[in-house]
Design a protein around this ligand. Structure first.
Ligand SMILES: Cc1ncc(COP(=O)(O)O)c(C=O)c1O
Length: 451
């Protein structure tokens, strides 16, 4: 009886929705109204689709069919969100185009120039004609240099055949997820987590199980243990962490490996060298765990090379080879001369930049505490972000929108990184002068809002 009742309720809801859509959109057909209207319409359709229950998609599709509307986008796009960080960058650019001076605390890249030897090596490569396609997985000497670094510094047992070089580590992460995750597979992600992990899994058809961190953003090992089931295909880890700056200890990583029950692990170690306290440990160096770990790293953060788009991954040969197939059929390879430049990067020393970041971290975290933000028990130990709770009672999104509009300071709302509606990510990858100005502006903003 109850089932009958809920079926009839669902049917009537579906019919009324269909009617509503029909009334709203019937005049729009696949005729002469122009591409922009059509795009607006498609985006409305996508939004509606996300909000209505799955059973109603049938009616939505029927309506679309009879109204003669064919969305250009595939089904896999329905659940894909825009990048929260890149969206904020767009908003900032828009204000800058209008001549408004914005201080950016939303950026995820070092404000330093790429070291000169790296630029020289790229120039030399270009001038000597090294401007053609390269082997898909990267030039052999770079793959060997990466393998050697991973053996020496990270204690991974890898050779150059176990390494792929990619256009940015984001691409390496994307390939790894596409190679490992299939429709319906579960992926465990301790949060807060970098914005793109969840969307990569969604694109691959997988299901994310978020595991919120404990106090101080430490990984909740017990909760991860509970989240891992026989359906878990993959666990995605990131230490030092974006957005929290938390650095997982060797003990925590060993415990995570233990509770992972044989699932694959992606270990995103892109902030490895931007470390102020503690030491970096690679989970893939644990005997028996390396066989199912894909270690991802890159040149963007350590060598201030974000625009060069160069990253790499190392792991089980069958996974690396699958990732390479995806690269062969998409990017082909990373750019040729950037790979030569990367060889030079390995001989440059990032420690002066890291020392500068440390001074900025101390300043910014001290000031945020003074202004009433809750940073938890410890300062971030790595990367160049703080992820405090906002003390005003405002939600992160509201805070970021108002702060940008009223104070000309950009930051990223916590919900981009998981279920953190009261947090905000503050990047201190900016000059000390600008950071001081930003803190002054945030102080006045909070005063105006009664804090
Ligand atoms: C945690 C994390 N992983 C990966 C990336 C991607 O870096 P890239 O593609 O520039 O190597 C970023 C960039 O912000 C990041 O924060």
């Amino acid at each position: 009886m109850r089932a009958l009742l809920s079926l009839s309720l669902s049917l009537s809801l579906s019919l009324s929705l269909s009617l509503l859509f029909a009334v709203l959109h019937l005049p729009v057909s696949n005729d002469v109204r122009g591409a922009s209207r059509r795009r607006r319409h498609e985006s409305a359709v996508l939004t509606c689709r996300r909000r209505i229950p799955v059973s109603d998609h049938l009616f939505m599709n029927l309506y679309l069919h009879y109204a003669g509307i064919h969305t250009a986008l595939s089904k896999r796009m329905l659940n894909l969100k825009e990048s929260g960080t890149l969206k904020m960058i767009e908003k900032v650019r828009e204000l800058q185009r209008k001549g408004i001076k914005v201080i950016q605390l939303d950026v995820g890249e070092p404000d330093f120039d790429t070291p000169a030897p790296i630029i020289d090596a790229a120039e030399e490569a270009m001038r000597s004609g090294f401007t053609h396609y390269t082997p898909s997985a990267g030039i052999p000497e770079l793959r060997e240099a990466v393998a050697e670094k991973l053996r020496r510094e990270n204690r991974l047992e890898v050779g150059k055949e176990d390494v792929i070089v990619t256009p940015g580590s984001k691409q390496a992460l994307f390939y790894a997820v596409m190679a490992l995750v299939g429709e319906g597979d579960e992926v465990v992600i301790p949060t807060p987590a970098w914005v793109s992990y969840m969307e990569m899994v969604a694109l691959a058809g997988g299901r994310v199980r978020e595991v919120p961190a404990k106090e101080g953003f430490r990984p909740d090992i017990e909760a991860v243990k509970e989240a891992v089931t026989p359906r878990t295909r993959l666990i995605m880890l990131n230490s030092p962490n974006n957005p929290t700056g938390c650095v997982y200890s060797e003990g925590e990583l060993r415990a995570l490996a233990e509770v992972s029950r044989g699932a694959y692990i992606i270990s995103d170690e892109i902030y490895e060298k931007i470390l102020y306290e503690g030491s970096h440990f690679s989970i893939g160096s644990i005997p028996g765990v390396g066989d199912r770990t894909i270690t991802v790293n890159g040149f963007s953060k350590t060598y201030a090379m974000t625009g060069w788009r160069l990253g790499y991954a190392a792991g089980p040969r069958e996974v690396i080879s699958a990732m390479n197939k995806i690269q062969q059929h998409s990017a082909s390879s990373p750019a040729s001369f950037t790979q030569k430049a990367a060889l030079a990067a390995f001989s440059t020393d990032p420690s002066p930049m890291v020392a500068e970041f440390r001074a900025r971290r101390d300043y910014v975290c001290g000031e945020l505490c003074r202004l009433g933000f809750d940073l938890g028990p410890e300062k971030p130990h790595g990367a160049f972000y703080a992820f405090p709770k906002i003390g005003t009672g405002m939600g992160g999104a509201e805070f970021c929108d108002l702060l940008l509009a009223e104070a000309g300071v950009s930051a990223t709302a916590g919900e981009a990184f998981g279920d953190y509606p009261s947090h905000v990510r503050i990047s201190y990858a900016n000059s000390m002068d600008r950071l001081e100005e930003a803190i002054a502006r945030i102080g006045s903003f909070l005063e105006r809002h009664g804090k």
